[in-house]
Design a protein around this ligand. Sequence first.
Ligand code: 13P
Ligand code: SF4
Length: 369
Amino acid sequence: MEILDMVEFDKKEAMPNSYKERSYEELEQRVLEIKQKLGKKLYIPGHHYQKDEVINFADTTGDSLQLAQASAINKEAEWVVFCGVHFMAETADMLTDKEQKVLLPDMRAGCSMADMANINQTEIGWEKLQQMFGDTILPLTYVNSTADIKAFVGRNGGATVTSSNAKNMLKWAFKQKERILFLPDQHLGRNTAYDLGVPLNQMAVWDPITNQLEYDGNYEDVVVILWKGHCSVHEKFTVKNVEHIRETKPDMNIIVHPECPREVVAISDYAGSTKYIIDAISQAPSGSKWAIGTEMNLVKRIIDQHPDKEIVSLNPFMCPCLTMNRIDLPHLAWALESIEQGQPVNQIKVPEDVTKQAVLALNRMLENV
Ligand code: 13P
Ligand code: SF4
């Protein structure tokens, strides 16, 4: 692509500056008006990590699994304006009908973890692993991955997983093959396999940069191969954070997301998906104390919703997920006004051949949960 073309492309994808100059009251008013006007033709799913200014307008809020399921059953909406990150909008596009259009209010809302596995690296790694282990491996991918990776997993007999169903899906996978390649989050893979009784010394790590398997031992003992990827938000929760809470607030419960490193999960009290964290704290008795290890927009919302409980972030210096935060009220209003004006912006359209194979992986998950 010529540099000039690239500049044109960027301009087309970028929200006009005028949206930054309009007041929040006016933008909120416009979002409400368009929602009312389009009724059931418009559907806005919002992930729990979205900002309040956006989540306030969501028709459904949920974790990755809930949003995937909701997208799959919604046949009424002509427009799905996805408030989440790119891989979630791709999943929604693949699970909805052809006529339904999915928009992502800001194309820059990616996921650093999903970007840690591209299809070339995966094909190269797979070939090497096949040479080392033969036809003994089933690939599983966390939904936090590109449509291309989901398609790769689908055509190789595997499935997608979310943090809500990773345990069930790993059990399912072990019924198919003796080894699992888990992409792209090594922490979710390690935490889940460990919970199922796989010892840490039977887990190897595949480094897609060096194309090497990191493992001290006999390859025959390897049961799980973890892709060397991680979430840059959840990696910021440390053993020191847990130790600090234990010392200063010994009666505080520590609950973390399984994207946190193994050492952190191992010494916390509870670990689970965003839905699991929300439910655990909602059901906890008044006056109970909680330190939460997950994204900050969600932690702040949980704190606001439970004034009767003492709740803090496990890491006091934690920031929100920067890419989730790219979806803000101006971008939501821009996407909705573009529909109203008949010139929709930022449509997510996964190619048909990729969709066909990725849906195999998604459906194997949806049928097993
Ligand atoms: P869940 O909502 O499935 O727990 O996922 C967390 C996450 O990091 C999404 O990007
Ligand atoms: Fe990706 Fe982590 Fe942000 Fe979730 S919180 S979107 S995994 S970078």
